[in-house]
Design a protein. Structure first.
Length: 228
């Protein structure tokens, strides 16, 4: 007797497949605009980030087009195959995990960071502040800033997890498409947030460092939700 392993599909893919079923069934015609994200979130009983991830998956599949300032439009209602293979956690899932792990990593780092690491963070902050740098350079400095803080926590499990979350962001096709849209809009790392994080670390303030990191990552989530 052959038994297939039970597969648990990620929530954003479940939503994307249900939306595609509705589109294929004629509930939404080609060239018609889909309901607003907030309305879809209520109808599906999920969060706005999940709806946004589902829309990006549908866009990758060539079923919808996301038009800046206008909405999401159906471009192909004839597709019958599933939207996409599981590409790992969605971009908002990754950000939520980062908020959880990096907030605590920052609190630990405030107690354990060395003066040399503080100086390295200052150098990276200067790199992010350079207006003439390319987007890729900003993003590299941003990643190095966050990963250095995780290393400063002096807990290999924590630093490995944070590094893995950043790697997920770079490897996932869904995250790549999502962050490319963000880059196209010129959104860059929030310098003031990073400065507040660094200030709290310089003061060796665990609670303040945790708050600064959590507030920063929540702001990133909010910005990405409002982006098109």
């Amino acid at each position: 007797m052959q038994i297939e392993a039970v597969k648990t599909q990620r929530l954003y893919l479940q939503v994307a497949d249900q939306l595609m079923t509705l589109i294929r069934g004629g509930s939404v015609a080609t060239a018609e605009r889909l309901p607003a994200e907030r309305d879809l979130a209520v109808r599906f009983g999920v969060s706005r980030p999940t709806i946004r991830e589902a829309m990006i998956a549908l866009e990758i599949a060539g079923i919808v087009e996301i038009r800046s300032g206008s909405g999401v439009y159906v471009v192909d209602n004839s597709r019958s195959a599933p939207v996409a293979a599981d590409q790992g956690p969605g971009p908002f899932e990754i950000l939520e995990a980062r908020r959880l792990f990096e907030g605590e990593a920052c609190a630990l780092a405030a107690e354990r960071i060395t003066n040399e690491q503080i100086e390295e963070l200052r150098t990276l902050l200067v790199a992010m502040e350079q207006e003439n740098q390319q987007q890729d350079a900003h993003e590299r400095a941003d990643e190095q800033f966050h990963c250095l803080i995780a290393e400063a926590a002096r807990n290999s499990a924590v630093s490995s997890t944070v590094a893995w979350l950043w790697q997920l962001r770079k490897e996932s096709g869904l995250s790549q498409r999502f962050h490319q849209r963000v880059r196209d809009e010129g959104i860059k790392p929030v310098i003031d947030d990073h400065r507040r994080i660094l200030n709290a670390l310089e003061e060796r303030d665990p609670a303040g460092s945790r708050r600064a990191m959590a507030a920063h990552l929540q702001r990133v989530i909010d910005q990405l939700l409002e982006s098109r």
